[in-house]
Write a protein that binds this ligand. Structure first.
Ligand SMILES: [Zn+2]
Length: 633
């Protein structure tokens, strides 16, 4: 738990909110711009929130810039970037929602500015939080808390550090709660906890997504344990939204610390962060003093959090509405809703390939030497997961989400949302590459436990939101290494097998290249397990098998043949449900056509599965795997 002083004096040269002056034991905002003679004008002054009342007090453009106490002879507003110190034309800075056109610095926004930036002035309505006691402990330090609170309200012009609005982003209904760091460092008192909880309850009542914009130094010390318990209160409000299957998103802004970071800020389905925004439990100064070490550059920043698997994406302010709109559209068109208006594959342009979308008769496939199949499956020019996704998804494309929220971000597995033939889907896939560099960057498609846990997070999210899962598998196997073992590779794989056995949404898995061992199976416990015509699926690499059983890696071709790892053999043994046709010369020769064939096959399977409810899906999926290796009678 920290206070705003800690943030202010932190290692990276302070908060980079240069417009703040000490004001008693807490801080208040100074004008945007350090030109003498100007004063902060509260952007939402006189804010009188009432349920379903228009936000009439959102700032006008002139309010977003500084106001003039002394007349400026030039008649122009100027402001100074808090990072590069460049003097910027005030209106230009405000039009870009307080981002610097030179260095991209994201300056602070007030809660009212934030609501307007996300919701627009037209559609927003205020949501009034429940009532709370102002000063439950009758707390006094150098000044009575009641007096500080009154002063903050007067100076900032809002009743607490959280404003809640209900409106639309790109036509999609949403409730947004935004925090205002100027109000006692955005610290969480009863009123703030109540406002976040009210926002969650409003989202639950109307069954619409919740977006939380955070900015906080942590707990409000003057409210003691009342403040601490707001963490539990807000966390359980989010639990209720999880149970109701309602999408929750947080947008982390600088700074987000302590009790806010350790409750609602990081409990949402999707966590996006502004560039440079810092989030952590303990403040940097506390950590430095405790461990007596200098913290590395960029510690606790959005980019640090992304690399450590703790946030889904770092999104600049200019793209936030667009990204939120994509997420909200995915949610509003989700599978459960789409079932009644299932977008049929009919009406699509006839495919160049006259074969059925999924081949289920081994006789439709040529018999080929297994070793030849191995070479084609490993061809460096075969489409990767990202190649396929760039072709098969509708308009918005692939919205990639990162991290397992636990230990790291694995580059060998990509996850995200997209819409396939009108149907939003959760996407998971191994990522390889076409050059040595790309392959190395993605660990040759060999996932670490972080990767399997990221996939698991995506699957749980799909289950919560009612989205079907599409997994594209192309891996030689799970990553073999010291760190992978330390991270519990075996446990991560095992837990995915169990999780997939219980997903109440349709799951389609396609082995697009190499389906290697447990590392492949950890993404393939599906209702429909398909394999591309030239892909392979095997318990071990032919080289590995040859080394162990033949004591000679040179016997790999013989091992490949014996393992029956090609698509035709797998079909004959009914170990896969069908084969996705490839272009005549193989998928590597024509990515667009290969992707078109994949999209046809996946759409076909999702259509088949669309009539089944969760219980039926789980029962049939378990029966499918129950029968593997069992003999009838
Ligand atoms: Zn700048």
């Amino acid at each position: 738990m920290i206070d705003d002083h800690d943030i202010q004096d932190s290692g990276r040269g302070g908060l980079r909110h240069p417009y703040r002056v000490r004001h008693g034991a807490h801080t208040v905002a100074k004008p945007l711009g350090d030109v003498p003679g100007r004063q902060w004008r509260p952007t939402a002054r006189g804010f009188t929130a009432g349920r379903n009342q228009e936000i009439a007090m959102l700032p006008t453009e002139s309010q977003l810039t500084t106001t003039q106490e002394a007349p400026d002879p030039t008649g122009v507003d100027w402001t100074r970037c808090g990072q590069c110190r460049t003097i910027v034309y005030g209106r230009r800075f405000a039009r870009a929602a307080n981002t610097c056109p030179d260095c991209g610095w994201h300056g602070p926004l007030t809660a009212a500015e934030r609501l307007e930036w996300l919701l627009g002035r037209e559609s927003a309505r205020c949501v009034r939080p429940g009532r709370t006691t102002d000063d439950p402990l009758e707390f006094t330090d150098s000044k009575p808390y009641a007096q500080r609170l009154e002063q903050a309200r007067e100076t900032i012009g809002i009743p607490s550090a959280v404003l809640v609005g209900q409106g639309r982003i790109d036509g999609c209904p949403v409730v947004v709660a935004a925090m205002d760091f100027r109000f006692m460092g955005g610290s969480m008192g009863s009123a703030e906890g109540e406002a976040i909880t009210t926002a969650a309850e409003c989202a639950l009542e109307h069954r619409i997504p919740l977006v939380l914009v955070t900015a906080s130094g942590g707990a409000r010390m003057q409210e003691g344990v009342y403040s601490l318990l707001q963490m539990a209160k807000t966390a359980q409000a989010l639990a209720a939204l999880d149970e109701a299957g309602i999408l929750t998103i947080s947008l982390i802004t600088d700074p987000t610390y302590g009790g806010v970071a350790a409750s609602f800020a990081t409990l949402t389905d999707i966590v996006i962060a502004e560039p440079g925004a810092r989030l952590g439990f303990a403040g940097p100064r506390v950590i430095e003093q405790t461990i007596r070490q200098k913290l590395p550059d960029g510690f606790q920043t959005a980019e640090f959090l992304l690399a450590n698997g703790l946030v889904d994406a770092v999104v600049p302010r200019s793209r936030q509405r667009e990204v939120l709109a994509t997420l909200l559209r995915s949610y509003s068109g989700r599978f459960a809703d789409a079932q009644t208006t299932a977008p049929a594959a009919e009406g699509e342009a006839p495919a160049a390939d006259s074969r059925p979308p999924v081949l289920t008769d081994p006789g439709q496939l040529p018999r080929r030497a297994a070793w030849d199949v191995v070479q084609v499956a490993r061809n460096i020019n075969r489409p990767t997961t990202r190649d396929y996704l760039s072709h098969i998804l509708d308009g918005d494309g692939f919205l990639e989400l990162h991290g397992d929220r636990l230990s790291g971000e694995c580059p060998a597995i990509v996850c995200g949302f997209g819409t396939l033939a009108g149907r939003p889907v959760a996407l998971i896939g191994n990522q390889k590459g076409h050059t040595t560099r790309e392959l190395a960057d993605h660990s040759f498609g060999m996932a670490t436990p972080d990767g399997y846990r990221k996939a698991a997070r995506m699957m749980r999210l799909a289950a919560k939101l009612g989205l079907p899962v599409l997994a594209l598998i192309d891996t030689p196997g799970a990553h073999p290494g010291i760190e992978a073992e330390e991270g519990g590779q075996a446990v991560a794989i095992a837990e995915n097998l169990r999780l997939m056995a219980s997903l109440p949404v349709p799951v389609v898995a396609v082995v697009t290249g190499e389906g290697g061992s447990g590392g492949a199976l950890a993404l393939s416990v599906a209702d429909r397990v398909l394999i591309c015509e030239n892909a392979l699926y095997s318990v071990i690499s032919p080289e590995g098998c040859a080394a162990i059983l033949w004591h000679d890696r040179g016997s790999a071709p013989a091992a490949a043949e014996a393992l029956r790892l090609d698509s035709r053999s797998l079909m004959e043994h009914r170990l896969v449900d069908g084969v996705v046709p490839e272009p005549q010369e193989g998928a590597h020769t024509d990515h667009a056509q290969a992707a078109d064939l994949l999209r046809r096959a996946v759409s076909h399977c999702l259509d088949e599965l669309s009539g089944k409810d969760g219980e039926e899906l789980i029962r049939d999926r378990r029966a499918r795997f129950r029968g593997i290796g069992a003999t009838a009678g």
